[in-house]
Design a protein around this ligand. Structure first.
Ligand code: CUA
Length: 339
């Protein structure tokens, strides 16, 4: 019976859809760094060998079925000593080839893992702490006053090795920035690290890859890889204290912020707000996304987040805030100056 044509079409559609899914920005198949490239190469070697073996076996199976069918049509089956011996050798050779392929793949994996873990000297060290459900990012320098703290957004200079030190404050998380590296777990009380080099400028998205509770899917982060000079400018900007409020509305907004419960959890450098439970807001307006990638950083989304975070991210630690429209407008005016 011929293979129905509609089934061929379905398989074609499925294959095209799967390949299209791999073409997006956040993918391990579009490496933007040394580590991801090494992992990608290993993936293609595994895929290539696996596909070749699969196709060869399918061909042998089809040939055997065809020959058996032709034989059974013409003559009755009778044992043939020579054919039996030939078959036995073929099976033995196949087993040998399988074992060799297996060892080659294991060796290649060993080489890749060894290369991925060999830490280069003088990396840019960044401490990334997993919280339910956001990422705290701290740039480590020997001088404490030169340390930058931010959230859910990492900037790195291209071409320079970056060591990401990982720790969790609550449950297991896993950092995964597919364009730059593989996954690495963040385990409470067990600091680990990984390193990567971004080889071309771009914005790459990361994801928590270990189920960590209700909002696990809304625990994203952004990595911005940029030329050294742009990175230095960004770093200097982040190091500066928060811009002081200039207009009456911005001043009112700062009063609202400092007079509300915001200060218990958030820090804005240069003000009395020094909370450490939630993200540092000193330069919140400079970030691309809010609430760990749950919403874009626009005035409307920020307003929605302040008033009712539980609508956007149920279970997040931030409580709702009932502000009258005037105070909310002033607070937004102030927060949006924090570039
Ligand atoms: Cu953090 Cu999943």
């Amino acid at each position: 019976m011929p293979f129905p044509r509609y089934k061929v079409s379905i398989w074609l559609v499925v294959t095209v859809m799967l390949l299209a899914g791999c073409a997006g920005e956040q993918t391990a198949l579009n490496p933007a760094g040394l580590q991801a490239k090494r992992i990608g190469s290993l993936f293609w070697i595994y895929t290539g060998i696996g596909t070749t073996v699969y196709v060869l076996i399918a061909i042998v199976l089809l040939v055997a079925l065809y020959r058996r069918k032709r034989k059974s049509d013409t003559e009755p089956e009778k044992p043939d000593q020579r054919a039996e011996r030939g078959l036995r050798s073929a099976v033995l050779v196949s087993i040998g080839v399988t074992v060799v392929i297996l060892f080659v793949l294991v060796f290649l994996e060993y080489l890749t893992v060894r290369r991925i873990h060999a830490m280069p000297s003088d990396p840019l060290a960044i401490q990334v702490t997993g919280h339910r459900w956001w990422w705290e990012v701290q740039y480590e320098t020997p001088i404490p006053s030169e340390r930058v703290t931010t959230a859910n957004e990492i900037h790195v200079p291209i071409g320079r090795p970056v060591q990401v030190k990982l720790i969790s404050q609550d449950v297991n998380h896993s950092l995964w920035i597919p364009n730059l590296h593989g996954k690495k777990d963040l385990i409470p009380g067990h600091p680990t690290s990984q390193w990567f080099i971004a080889s071309r400028p771009g914005t790459y998205y990361g994801q928590c890859a270990e189920f960590c509770g209700y909002q696990h899917a809304k625990m994203r982060l952004v990595v911005v890889a940029e030329p050294e000079e742009e990175f230095n400018d960004w770093y200097a900007g982040q190091l500066a204290p928060a811009s002081p409020p200039l207009t009456p509305s911005q001043r009112r907004g700062q009063e609202v912020f400092l007079g509300a419960t915001c200060v218990m959890c958030h820090r804005i450098s240069g003000t009395p707000a020094n909370g450490r439970l939630g993200p540092d807001l000193t330069h919140v307006a400079s970030r691309e996304m809010l609430a760990s990638g749950a919403i874009p950083n626009t005035r409307g989304h920020l307003a929605g987040w302040i008033v009712d975070p539980q609508m956007i991210k149920p279970g997040a630690l931030m409580p709702p805030n009932s502000l009258n429209p005037e105070n909310l407008r002033a607070l937004l005016d102030y927060l949006q100056t924090l570039k």
